[in-house]
Design a protein. Structure first.
Length: 280
């Protein structure tokens, strides 16, 4: 019995015992949450909290929940760095009703037009979009797009980031479970990993706000494949964090990097051999 939570926790290192309980229930394992917590502590699987500075608590109005899908989307940006210290940003788009991640656009520079194209690439236009006062989201390009498609463009009040709570919560999960767990060697590497994590988040990862269900099961009808439970077994039904296509892409990228390094090394040794005084 101990091997089952341990196997899941080894694949989902940032999941607590409650979220692991959702996965076990989806796999058909009947386990009381108190017993699961005892096993979780005996195996020393507790998730280590990452430290952060204390922030002052302020008053804020409750955020009304979206009633139907595509009623309100939330937008925000999150930043990270590659292994060579180059910075890049990620545009995150979340449906406030289903918690579905609609887009993860990673690049070193994201303009208002790029943000508009990322939004327009989705299934249909929302009734409203909640976002902060960033320069990318206050440009004429994004405002013209919102006016053309009849989208209510709502900005946050200054210093009231809790008004965009849904995407802020998503950003925390993205950083904790993906960005902080990976070392990106290139922008393409980051884009491949983010695409795999987005699919995993929408189709596999249980969401506590949805009662342990996935965003795809909320959005799609019950007869669809994405809304069906995973097959029985301990961890056999749990899909890996990176799909096979993503793994193949990373392996191909790694081979390209090794080839480039070998070519650079041969070129450097060749130039060194041509210098006078180095011939034997």
């Amino acid at each position: 019995m101990r091997a089952c939570p341990w196997a899941l926790a080894s694949e989902r290192r940032r999941f607590g015992y409650r979220r692991l309980g959702f996965l076990l229930a989806r796999e058909g394992a009947v386990l009381n949450h108190k017993k699961l917590r005892r096993l979780y502590r005996l195996e020393k699987l507790q998730v280590r909290r990452r430290g952060g500075r204390k922030r002052a608590l302020g008053t804020h109005a409750p955020l009304m929940r979206a009633a139907v899908p595509n009623h309100r989307w939330s937008l925000d940006f999150i930043s990270d760095a590659l292994s060579d210290a180059r910075r890049f940003r990620v545009l995150c788009v979340v449906d406030d009703c289903t918690r579905e991640n609609l887009a993860l656009v990673a690049d070193t520079s994201l303009s208002g037009q790029r943000a508009a194209r990322a939004i327009a690439a989705e299934r249909s236009h929302p009734e409203a979009v909640v976002n902060d006062n960033g320069t990318e989201l206050t440009s004429m390009a994004i405002l013209a797009w919102a006016q053309k498609h009849g989208v209510a463009w709502k900005y946050l009040a200054p210093g009231k980031s809790q008004q965009n709570a849904y995407v802020k919560s998503f950003n925390g999960k993205l950083r904790d479970e993906c960005l902080n767990e990976m070392l990106f060697t290139s922008l393409r590497h980051a884009q491949v990993v983010l695409a795999a994590w987005r699919q995993d988040c929408n189709e596999v990862r249980p969401h506590s706000s949805l009662g342990g269900r996935t965003p795809s099961s909320i959005r799609l009808p019950p007869c669809s494949l994405a809304s069906r439970p995973l097959r029985a077994g301990c961890a056999g039904g749990l899909r890996p964090f990176l799909t096979q296509a993503a793994r193949d892409g990373l392996e191909a990228r790694g081979r390209d990097i090794e080839t480039e390094l070998d070519r650079t090394e041969k070129h450097r040794h060749g130039r060194r051999g041509d210098e006078p005084g180095l011939h034997l």
